[in-house]
Design a protein around this ligand. Structure first.
Ligand SMILES: Nc1ncnc2c1ncn2[C@@H]1O[C@H](COP(=O)(O)OP(=O)(O)O)[C@@H](O)[C@H]1O
Ligand SMILES: [Mg+2]
Length: 258
């Protein structure tokens, strides 16, 4: 049996903002088809890690390979970053779905979905529109193509954010707390959309505070604190209560056991 290689390899990744070291040597591996959850307290560097994976933040040391492109390597003295065209290739195929949606407010929903395919992937407008309509239907918004983001609920805007990622024919999707800006009644609909993507085999890295979701859907869960992944394992391992005291304390704080 052929074992697929990792689609994402992160080794010793560091990132500092001025004197503030936010990532302190992160190791992470993701395989094709895997759903990886990243949990941990606010300010621990989860968003910085996700943004570094497609170089929206530029790491300061460490090794990063995404979708068969090496994006950076080396340590402080010899640190190097791949050419911009490699970075753009990775971004095109490994989109991020953001907490605050980050839609183009002055463009209709359909126009939001066709920008990347036309300008980044070089698809024809006709083809891009056909894919956009299909992806909108897949997230339950077939009738909202002509709406503007401001006319939609937060949950609908996040569906558009997910449809926009899907319109890029992604090889992996990064989610940065996709439900944390939503009213509670809108959360489960978005989690359902992500669950369907998992069922269809989409590779995903998901930063989330939704513990029961992480537990049910994650193949692997990583716990991040103060710029490091300090515990990793299957949901069973991490939620068993037999792991580190720090992880148990966090889990009890945010999802107390009944
Ligand atoms: N652009 C930035 N400039 C300076 N500091 C930043 C920037 N982005 C994040 N940080 C700092 O990095 C730390 C981790 O932030 P973040 O990655 O957003 O954590 P999390 O997503 O886990 O809440 C915080 O202390 C934050 O203030
Ligand atoms: Mg964050």
């Amino acid at each position: 049996m052929q074992v697929p290689g990792p689609i994402l390899t992160v080794r010793g990744l560091c990132k500092s903002f001025g004197g503030n070291q936010v990532l302190k040597g992160v190791d992470l591996e993701v395989r094709k088809g895997e759903v990886v959850m990243i949990i941990g307290p606010s300010g621990s560097g989860k968003s910085t890690l996700l943004r570094s994976i497609n170089m929206l933040e530029r790491p300061t040391a460490g090794y990063l390979s995404v979708n068969n492109h090496e994006l950076c390597w080396g340590t402080d003295g010899s640190f190097q970053v791949a050419p911009e065209r490699d970075i753009r290739k990775v971004r095109a195929k490994v989109p991020i779905v953001f907490q605050h949606f980050n839609l183009f407010k002055h463009l209709s929903v359909l126009e939001n979905l066709v920008q990347g395919p036309i300008h980044v992937l070089g698809r024809s407008r006709k083809e891009a529109l056909a894919t956009a309509r299909e992806r909108l239907a897949a997230v339950g918004l077939a009738d909202k193509g002509d709406a503007y983001p401001a006319e939609l609920s937060g949950g609908q805007q996040q569906r558009v954010g997910i449809a926009r990622a899907l319109a890029m024919h992604p090889d992996m999707i990064l989610f940065d707390e996709p439900t944390s800006a939503l009213d509670p009644e809108l959360v489960s609909g978005i989690l359902d959309v992500i669950r369907e993507l998992a069922d269809r085999g989409m590779t995903m890295v998901i930063v989330t505070h939704e513990m029961s979701f992480a537990r049910r859907l994650g193949d692997t869960i990583h716990f991040m604190e103060a710029g490091e992944i300090i515990a990793s394992g299957s949901p069973q391992e991490l939620f068993s209560g037999n792991g580190s005291a720090r992880v148990n304390a966090f889990l009890n704080l945010i999802a107390p056991s009944p």
